[in-house]
Design a protein around this ligand. Structure first.
Ligand code: ADP
Ligand code: ASP
Ligand code: MG
Length: 401
């Protein structure tokens, strides 16, 4: 059996934790299994590196940023191999170059394209535990790239798919996927299982327990995931195609504070206005979410949308550049203190009244809704950031999760 095990930053934060992980992997190895381990940088090392860079240069190039960030994962894999060696088990660490994990060219947000498996297979055939850097790849210029924050999960799933692994286990600092972030909603409950589609929505809407692209990839290649704690042996949550349970009306609540709301006011009400607005943003790779267009008032209309915090400055620059000329708008407003609260559940597809129940819970909690968006299996509201936790708790209680 071939098992891929991924451990996040807190799970390898210090010497004691590194040995804890080493021992868990060795236990698997001693069952006669082949073990591939994917690691994140130790503790908050990625944040530390980001701060170091910003201290030197407030606008570092993305190439050099990736060159720097990849050192975090390289440190943890080397130390892990040393730990296993000291416990008498043969292990080898490999970075993205040594494996050859090919990605697209975009620094800081690259996508994995192809993973060479020869070197890994060779090491496994020689009965070594293979420890691989998460989060990183190489592009066509032979430069390091990174996969976006939280990207080690995606490395693990991609390796599991490429190696046709029998199991892919994501070890983290909570016992599995919960009905809400347990740090936000203390009485959140661990789910036994969740479907890819629900998990993908949860992850995309702010449930940082899994990188959303890892779930996308798991679904595409049919890799069943188990999310569980590295600090205890409880069962964890299975992420898979179909849940054996009756479809839950609502499986979980997700929150996301990484949002900025833009309102472009007084736009002409004629064909092509929305096209121009969003094309300017798309040309600069600004991703837009939660779009709302008002009805006409006084001959003009407004368009409201959200972007992530790190693209807000860029979005404002673009809008200011085109505001008077091609867009001819009256006013652009930017609201930073907003957040998204979402409910996700495959069962809401065939159930009327789910959105109303969520809005009632928010009303009872005195939370005003600024914007709403829905899909078949989710409802998202944009609210004032200061009410995030209160709103999540109220909605969680309303659905008795
Ligand atoms: P790792 O370093 O192991 O990748 P992360 O910090 O990326 O860990 O993800 C684990 C964290 O995700 C938890 O500590 C928890 O606060 C957060 N989280 C957010 N939403 C959820 C959820 N629905 N279920 C479990 N954890 C969640
Ligand atoms: N170390 C990276 C980060 O902090 C990748 C990861 O942990 O998954 O985002
Ligand atoms: Mg993570």
């Amino acid at each position: 059996m071939l098992v891929v095990k991924k451990f996040g930053g807190t799970s390898v934060a210090n010497k004691e934790r590194i040995f804890n992980v080493a021992k868990r992997c060795i236990e698997e190895y001693k069952k006669g299994n082949q073990v591939v381990v994917v690691l994140s940088a130790m503790g908050k090392q990625t944040d530390v590196l980001l701060d170091m860079a910003k201290d030197i240069n407030p606008k570092p190039s993305r190439r050099e940023m990736d060159m720097l960030l990849t050192t975090g994962e390289q440190t943890s894999v080397a130390l892990m191999a040393m730990a296993m060696d000291s416990l008498g088990v043969p292990a080898v660490s490999l970075n993205a170059f040594q494996v050859a994990m090919h990605t697209t060219a975009d620094y800081s947000n690259a996508r994995l394209k192809k993973i060479d498996t020869e070197r890994i297979q060779y090491e496994l055939d020689n009965r070594r535990i293979v420890i691989i850097t998460g989060f990183q790849g190489i592009n066509k210029f032979d430069d390091y790239t990174t996969l976006g924050r939280g990207g080690s999960d995606t490395t693990a799933v991609a390796l599991a798919a490429a190696l046709h692994a029998d199991a892919c286990e994501i070890y983290t600092d909570v016992d599995g996927v919960f009905t809400a972030d347990p740090r936000v909603v203390p009485n959140a409950r661990k789910l036994e299982e969740i479907t890819y589609d629900e998990m993908l929505e949860m992850a995309s809407l702010g449930a940082g327990v899994l990188h959303n692209r890892s779930v996308e990839m798991a679904k595409k290649y049919g890799v069943q995931l188990v999310v569980r704690s590295s600090l205890n042996t409880s069962e964890g949550t299975v992420v898979k195609e179909e849940s054996k349970m009756e479809k839950m009306l609502v499986s979980g609540v997700a929150t996301d504070k990484n949002v900025v709301q833009f309102a472009v006011k007084g736009l002409e009400n004629k064909p092509g206005v929305a096209f121009k607005l969003f094309q300017h943003l798309a040309n600069h790779n600004v991703n837009v979410d939660m779009i709302l267009q008002s009805v006409e008032h006084g001959g003009t209309q407004d368009i409201v949308f959200t972007v992530t915090q790190d693209s807000a400055d860029e979005a404002l620059n673009i809008l200011e550049r085109h505001g008077n000329s091609s867009l001819k708008c009256d006013e652009i407003t930017v609201t930073k203190e907003v957040s998204k609260v979402s409910i996700v559940g495959a069962g809401m597809m065939s159930n009327a009244g789910v959105a109303a129940k969520m809005f009632e819970a928010l009303y009872d909690a005195g939370v005003n809704i600024r914007q709403i968006s829905t899909s078949e299996i989710r409802v998202t509201v944009l609210i004032d950031e200061k009410y995030t936790n209160q709103a999540a708790q109220a909605v969680h209680d309303a659905f008795a999760l």
